[in-house]
Design a protein around this ligand. Structure first.
Ligand code: ZN
Length: 487
């Protein structure tokens, strides 16, 4: 069965004190660092960033662990797939760790640009070989693994007799046995095709290798998350997340490993973000439709009609529910760009709204409730965003003097945007960061020049500056505390 965060945890809305704040442990499968991050990486990181931010907003103390896979390997459907990190290292004549470091930095840069908060702990698989060897030994001691030629395999058939292999993904071992490919290197060592490697003996050309009781080799791919999750979050923690593509066999195998080594499944809730498609097709390097994040930011991919800012990409991703597939198109991204601009413009308008002496507007309270209800309902970000747009409509209508709001409602709206748009959804006004600061400095410089001409009683220049600023839409007002202006 597929657990989601749907019911209990995120439905709580209480704000806790630092003393009684409950702790939440959350583990998310991070990137394999042999290449640049693409849109799929952004979706996973933003989905769990939203959860991280929301739980923190609700008052939970969250320990968020997201790993870096730097032990090379592997394709999802194979224990033996190409060691991509290794291939790249050979190709570029670099140490594998140089590649891992380079792409870890690239990943961090892109995620920072997307305003994704860094996790509390970011462990590397290569830094936790001892923990992984310990876990393999425990599984061997329990009788659920076997050694062949220095490699160790998990015995799925034996496991499945006592526990169900397939409980998360709904797969059935008997079906898997008949459908699993058996043409992969090393498959002949396994008792059954569904078994997976816990430890692989390294071939002579393999650079990344560690000593173990069984051979000089490297850990199986599923093992790192089980070992590092246990180390930092305990035998059983609250939430385990990752992309839908990791559901099987990665997370299914993690369950089996933890069940034997820890005596229990690893977590209370599993949470998976869905995939991104391009014109309904899966995104993939081989299909030529896999767009890297830096290509989005520079517009340098043939499928892109223009460059898109990191916030546009973030907003585009948040406009879909994390469990739905999200189809990429320039139209959708351009709509996101426009929508985000409208939202940010409304925040500026809101800051300049004049309150009226009128009754509280019930719609504002409603919008607030609906926003948080949506987030409590399995992080329904698209509904929360649509509620923000309802607020935008009212803000613009008040600015156009078609509706009125009192000071209380204006404050309520400001708080809503601060909490939901900025704090929880993690949106930023990209314009205000750079351009507004520059604009402010420029206007201040011009207003200072006008002040100097006034002091010299050069009324012609000072009036002229004022007139020209007015023509540009900048209103200058002289008060007893100095000169003020409104853009
Ligand atoms: Zn993982």
């Amino acid at each position: 069965m597929l657990f989601t965060i749907y019911s209990t945890l995120a439905r709580k809305k209480e704000i806790f004190t630092p003393q009684n704040a409950p702790h939440v442990g959350m583990y998310v499968c991070g990137p394999t660092v042999y290449g640049d991050p693409h849109l799929g990486h952004a979706r996973s990181a933003i989905t769990f960033d939203l959860l991280f931010r929301y739980l923190a907003f609700l008052g939970y103390k969250v320990r968020y662990v997201r790993n870096i896979t730097d032990v090379g390997h592997l394709e999802n459907d194979s224990d033996y797939g190409d060691d991509k990190l290794l291939k790249k290292a050979r190709l570029e004549q670099l140490e594998p760790m140089e590649i891992a470091k380079y792409y870890t930095d690239r990943y961090h840069d892109m995620m920072d640009a997307l305003n994704v908060r860094r996790p509390s702990i970011e462990p590397n698989a290569s830094g936790h070989i001892m923990e992984q060897i310990d876990m393999v030994q425990q599984i061997l001691d329990a009788g659920f693994a076997y050694i062949v030629n220095g490699s160790v395999y998990f015995d799925v058939i034996k496991y499945n007799q006592q526990y169900r292999y397939g409980q998360l993904s709904g797969r059935v071992v008997e079906d898997l046995l008949s459908s699993t490919r058996d043409n992969l290197e090393g498959q002949e060592e396994k008792r059954n095709s569904v078994d997976f490697a816990l430890w692989k003996k390294a071939q002579p050309e393999h650079i990344m290798r560690w000593r173990s009781p069984w051979s000089e080799g490297f850990p199986g791919w599923h093992l790192e998350c089980s070992a590092m999750g246990r180390k930092y979050l305990g035998d059983k923690f609250d939430i385990h997340g990752g992309g839908m593509d990791l559901l099987f066999p990665h997370h299914e195998s993690e369950i089996a490993q933890s069940q034997i080594a820890n005596g229990d499944t690893p977590c209370q809730y599993w949470m998976h973000n869905n995939m991104i498609t391009v014109n309904g097709q899966k995104m993939g390097k081989s299909l030529g439709n896999s767009i890297m994040l830096d290509e989005f930011f520079t517009g340098s991919h043939p499928l892109l009609a223009q460059a898109y800012t990191p916030m546009t990409v973030r907003f585009f991703i948040l406009q879909a529910h994390y469990r739905s597939t999200l189809d990429f198109s320039n139209d959708a991204l351009q709509a996101a760009e426009k929508g985000l601009k409208r939202l940010m413009q409304a925040v500026k308008t809101l800051n300049n709204l004049q309150p009226s002496a009128t009754d509280d507007n019930n719609i504002i309270k409603n919008i607030e409730t609906e926003c948080y209800d949506a987030l409590n309902d399995d992080l329904n970000s698209p509904i929360a965003i649509s509620q923000l747009f309802e607020a935008v409509r009212i803000i613009n209508s008040v600015a156009d003097k078609k509706e009125k709001l009192n000071a209380n409602d204006i404050e309520r709206l400001k708080k809503l945007f601060h909490n939901v748009a900025f704090d929880i959804l993690g949106l930023k006004d990209e314009q205000s960061g750079n351009q507004n600061e520059l604009l402010n400095n420029l206007v201040k410089m011009i207003v200072d020049l006008r002040q100097q001409s006034k002091e010299k009683k050069d009324w012609e220049t000072s009036d002229n500056i004022r007139k020209q600023l007015t023509e540009l839409g900048i209103t200058v007002k002289d008060t007893k505390d100095g000169t003020e202006w409104v853009v």
